[in-house]
Design a protein around this ligand. Structure first.
Ligand code: ADP
Ligand code: FBP
Ligand code: MG
Length: 319
């Protein structure tokens, strides 16, 4: 292989730059040229790329987001779009591709692999909804962002005797909500994977209230309901003063944590080593602290094992 390409695709996350940097320098170390396509699959479709030398990936390790930028591309979802992408790769002499992104981007990577493009995927999404990796890139930084915000809100919740419903991201996954609840000592986490009995939640909060504990933090995963509805329910049932905070895109940015810098570096390095060793159509993942490749076709048909026991634990520790 003489030249490889790198893209970051889907929702950006902290640690993507570490992965780009490691993949680039690993390839250059093997005498392989590297091009970075801008804005994910759109860059492949537009032929928008830059050739990357060691110096081009200097000074990005500590930055959030992705210096190659990211995007969601509707055109790439079509067969015609993907054929154009493959044609462009051939024209530019790109013989292998590293795709850094979430579950959607990895589906796209598998589609390219099936069209004969040697591809390796790197799991990157704050949702932590990708199987065959204990952690995806960006999850740890997002959790650190969330706990900083929740700690701040706890101060004002206790100063004013209020219940706060704090909505966190995660799409259909409750991982961020459950883990943030454990790490902040929140009273309750509401996640899509487990049906929430609002009456039971209100009951528990009322008991606490009667005991004199007159503030509460409820962490709601965005896929599990509307924050304002839950706050209204709590207000009606207990008479608690309630407030809602939606953390939104604040969660996704910021300087990557040590964990994400290391994970991104390990993923980027392993992705290129695997690609050059002929391990194609695979995703590198963190499994019991080793970086292991799994077939993309296995990854995309599997579900991430839910952390039921950790959610259960968050409820027991919270009340
Ligand atoms: N099934 C699919 N086949 C081909 N491409 C896909 C598929 N799913 C997603 N993609 C491509 O990957 C991009 C990113 O996916 P998306 O689900 O939005 O984000 P993420 O990768 O972060 O989960 C999409 O905009 C699309 O171009
Ligand atoms: O930034 P957007 O396009 O509004 O998307 C928001 C979504 O992206 C995420 O932050 C990350 O999801 P993906 O990794 O699937 O892109 C979700 O938690 C959230 O629902
Ligand atoms: Mg996704």
């Amino acid at each position: 292989m003489k030249k490889i390409g790198i893209i970051t695709s889907g929702g950006d996350c902290s640690g993507m730059n570490a992965a780009i940097r490691a993949a680039t320098r690993t390839a250059l170390g093997h005498g392989v040229q590297v091009v970075g396509f801008r804005k994910g699959y759109s860059g492949l479709l537009k032929g928008d790329f830059l050739e990357m030398q060691t110096k081009d990936v200097a000074g990005i390790l500590h930055r959030g987001g992705t210096f190659l930028q990211s995007a969601r591309s509707e055109e790439f979802r079509t067969v015609l779009g993907r054929e154009k992408a493959v044609r462009h790769l051939e024209e530019f002499g790109v013989e292998g591709l590293v795709v850094i992104g979430g579950d959607g981007s990895l589906n796209g990577a598998l589609a390219l692999h099936r069209m004969g493009v040697p591809v390796i995927g790197i799991p990157a999404s704050i949702d932590n909804d990708i199987p065959f990796t204990d952690m995806a890139l960006g999850v740890d930084t997002a959790l650190n962002n969330i706990i900083y915000a929740v700690d701040c809100i706890k101060d004002t919740a206790s100063s004013h005797d209020r219940a706060f419903v704090i909505e966190v991201m995660g799409r259909n996954s409750g991982y961020l909500a459950s883990m943030a609840a454990i790490a902040t000592g929140a009273e309750y986490a509401i996640i899509p994977e487990v049906e929430c009995d609002i009456a039971d939640l209100c009951n528990q909060l009322r008991l606490r209230y009667e005991e004199g504990r007159s503030n509460a933090i409820i962490i709601l995963a965005e896929g599990a309901g509307r924050a304002q509805n839950i706050a209204d329910n709590i207000k009606d049932a207990i008479g608690f003063e309630t407030r809602v905070t939606v953390l939104g895109h604040y969660q996704r940015g910021g300087a990557p944590s040590v964990f994400d810098r290391l994970l991104g570096s390990r993923f980027g390095h392993a992705a290129v080593e695997n690609l050059l060793a002929g391990q194609m159509g695979k995703m590198v993942g963190l499994c019991c602290n080793a970086i292991l490749p799994t077939l993309l076709e296995t990854v995309v048909v599997s579900e991430k094992r839910q952390q039921d026991e950790l959610h259960e634990m968050s409820l027991i520790l919270g009340i």
